[in-house]
Design a protein. Structure first.
Length: 364
């Protein structure tokens, strides 16, 4: 029997989100239904609401979730009913050209549920990032479920499902930060602060946190930044000069743009040392255009990368990071700024915009 549960949708571009009844089908072959326990509010949910990701409204929002598997479809072997899982949006196919060349973190054909969740009138929903977890239950592909140690607080480890993993991985995987490196992170929301934490875990010795909101720099400093730059009064050149002043005039080995705007990317580009690495993990919107002298791209060398989901492999990274959290070596709980009800998502977007939170986490 399909379940009818409460979920949060974005019905049309820019409109406030709505709490509605949704219909969750029984899992078909390869699918699983998960009873959601917690789901973080990510900037990407807000991008969906604003029409910045696609026009496939209505969206069922929410994608940073942990919960228990409540039903599995035919042929599912990787999870069983009752398993505690973190949901992911990278269920790798194993067969696409990225997978066959042994780079599955780029998988171009990740799995999602085949069936659709709907409104009561049958309108099909587009689940955010193929998850849709601002709901009591959601339907996913079984491989979107990664088992982790059930002793962990779901509010904390659920955040590995998106933004925090993206930030950690931007430093540890995409940026390949190593012992003794200097790293600068532009934008210290949940993603950027996680990049600070990832840089610290990877052994960076200089970690510069940059934000135009000084409130964000307090948390970044607590979680591993060795220096902070309040960029609110600085132009692009001013930010670059401030990073150079902290890195022997050379610039940082790795600069991570966790905002995703042309001006922050240019800051990242010029604030890195020659032959250094730029990592873009913030997500730009379709209207944004970057202009930069091509000669500078050549002359400064190095590596200009994007970080999709922190180049993570959920099966490899979620259990390992959960274990580090339980051992007290990864401060995931520090990212849970507040626990809220499912009816408070618009307020959570406002708190995000005002800079008051790293993550608001919906408890279901
Ligand atoms: N690449 C991925 O896989 C991935 C995954 C999750 C989220 N994201 C993206 O990462 C970005 C950050 O997400 P978040 O949840 O941390 O958002 P957030 O809103 O919590 O944080 C953004 C931070 O950037 C700061 N900021 C904004 N403009 C700035 C500027 N010009 N200079 C310096 N700081 C500035 C804000 O003050 C804020 O602290 C978003 O674009 C989000 O969509 C990417
Ligand atoms: Zn693949
Ligand atoms: Zn996200």
């Amino acid at each position: 029997m399909p379940s009818t549960v409460t979920g949060v949708i974005a019905r049309s571009k820019g409109a406030p989100v709505e709490l509605v009844t949704i219909v969750v089908p029984d899992p078909g072959p390869g699918e699983a239904v998960v009873d959601i326990e917690t789901c973080g509010v990510c900037h990407t949910d807000y991008h969906y609401r604003e029409g910045g990701i696609s026009d496939d409204f209505p969206f069922l929002l929410g994608h940073e979730a942990a919960g228990r598997v409540s039903a599995i479809g035919e042929g599912v072997t990787n999870v069983a009913v009752g398993d505690f899982v973190v949901l992911n949006w990278r269920a790798v196919c194993g067969e696409c050209r990225a997978c066959v060349r042994a780079e599955p973190w780029y998988c171009f054909n990740t799995f999602n549920a085949t069936q659709k969740m709907t409104l009561e009138d049958g309108t099909e929903l587009s689940p955010a990032l193929g998850i849709g977890a601002f709901a009591d239950k959601t339907l996913v592909h079984a491989k979107q479920c990664t088992k982790v140690n059930p002793e962990a607080d779901p509010a904390a480890v659920g955040l590995l499902g998106c933004g925090i993993m993206a930030g950690l991985g931007a430093a540890m995987n995409t940026g390949n930060v190593g012992r003794g490196d200097s790293v600068a992170v532009i934008g210290c929301g949940g993603v950027g602060t996680a990049a600070v934490v990832g840089a610290a875990l990877a052994g960076a010795t200089t970690i510069i946190a940059i934000d135009r909101d000084p409130k964000k720099l307090v948390a970044a400093e607590k979680l591993g930044a060795t220096h902070v730059i309040d960029s609110s009064g600085l132009d692009e050149a001013g930010v670059v000069a401030a990073v150079q002043a902290l890195t022997n005039t050379f610039g940082a080995d790795v600069v991570i743009d966790a905002v995703g705007r042309p001006e922050t990317w240019r800051q990242a580009f010029y604030a890195r040392d020659l032959a250094g690495t730029v990592v873009l993990v913030g997500v730009p919107t379709p209207d944004m255009v970057l202009e930069i002298p091509l000669l500078d791209v050549f002359g400064r060398g190095g590596s200009l990368k994007s970080s999709w989901y922190g180049d993570c492999l959920p099966e490899r990274d979620f259990p390992m990071l959960t274990d580090l959290f339980l051992q007290g070596r990864l401060p995931l709980a520090e990212f849970v700024s507040e626990r809220i009800g499912i009816d408070a998502i618009e307020q959570a977007f406002a708190s995000m915009a005002s800079g008051d939170v790293l993550r608001s986490v919906v408890v279901l």
